[in-house]
Design a binder for this molecule. Sequence first.
Ligand code: FAD
Length: 286
Amino acid sequence: MNHPQPSFSFELFPPKTPEGLTKLSASIDRMNAVGPEYFSVTYGAGGSTRDCTFAALDLLLAKGIAAAPHLACIGSSRTEVRAILDRYRAQGIRRLVALRGDLPSGMGLGTSGDFRYANELVSFIRQETGDHFRLEVAAYPEVHPQAGNADQDLANFQRKVAAGANAAITQYFYNADAYFAFVDRCAGRGIKIPILPGIMPITNFSQLARFSDACGAEIPRWLRKRLEAMGDDIEAIRAFGHEVVLNLCLRLLEGGAPGLHFYSMNQAEPVLRLWHDLGLPGAERL
Ligand code: FAD
C-alpha cells in the first residue's frame, strides 16, 4: 500500500451561478472544519461545465484547501487536456481524479475527441506530467453499466492501474459485500492500490433512484421498499438514511477500507453527521 493513513475526503459539484458559488463557499467552510484530506470537484465530460469546475477550484485554492479536480476525457482532444493539465500544474494542484466521463446526450461517442477510455487518459497524464499528480480513478464494485461482464470490467480497471493510477474511488453502493468481493478480486489480480469506497448519503429517495438508474448503482430491494414507504416524509428518510449509511461506513472501516470519499452533493449537514457519528479525525470540532 502506498497510502498507509486512512483517507477521508469530500466531493463537490461545481455550481453554475454566482449565487450557487456563494452557497458552496459556506458549505466548504463547514466541511473543511473537520480537516478532510482534500475536496474533489466534478467535471462535465466534453468540457460543458469546465469553467464552473475552474471557479469551484479557484474558490478552494483561495481558501488554501487541497483540491482534486476531476478530469473527464471523452470528447476532448489531447491539446485541450494538455492545456488543463498546464493550468492545474501552474496552480499547484497535485491530485486529479482521471475519468472517461459520460458525454451529454447529443454528443455521440467516438465522433470527437482523442480518448476512448480512462486508461488512455491516465497514460497521457503520466506521459505529459510524469509523477506530478497523484491520480485517482473510478472503480465499480457492482460493475460498470456498459461493461460486457464483471471480468472484463475488472480487466479494464486493471488497465488504469497499470497506466499509473495511485488509488481508486468507487461508485457508490449500499451493499458492503459487493465492495469487499471487489477488493478481494483486485487482490487476486495483484492490484495493490487503495480502493476508497464512495459514500452517497441518503436524503432524497426520488433523486437517489434517478441517479442510481443512470449510473448503475444498486439500491437493494429492502432499502428501496423502506424508502418508498416513507413517501414525502423527508425527516423520516433522512433519519433512516443516516442509520443505513452510518452502518455501511462502520462495516467498511471495520473490514479494512482505506478511508471514505463522501459524495457531499454540496450539502454539509448529511456528511458531517456521518463524520461525527463515525468519530472520524476532527469530529470533536463539530
Ligand atoms: P473507464 O474506466 O474508461 O470505463 C468505462 C467503460 O468502458 C467500462 O464499462 C469499462 O469496463 C470499459 N472499458 C474501459 N477501458 C476499456 C478498454 N481499454 N477497452 C474496452 N472497454 C474498456 N463523470 C463525469 O462526467 N464527470 C465527473 O466528474 C465524474 N466523476 C466521477 C467520480 C467517481 C468516483 C466515479 C465512480 C464516477 C465519476 N463519473 C464522472 C462517472 C464516470 O465518468 C462514468 O461512470 C463513466 O461511464 C465511466 O468513467 P470511467 O472513468 O470509469 O471509464
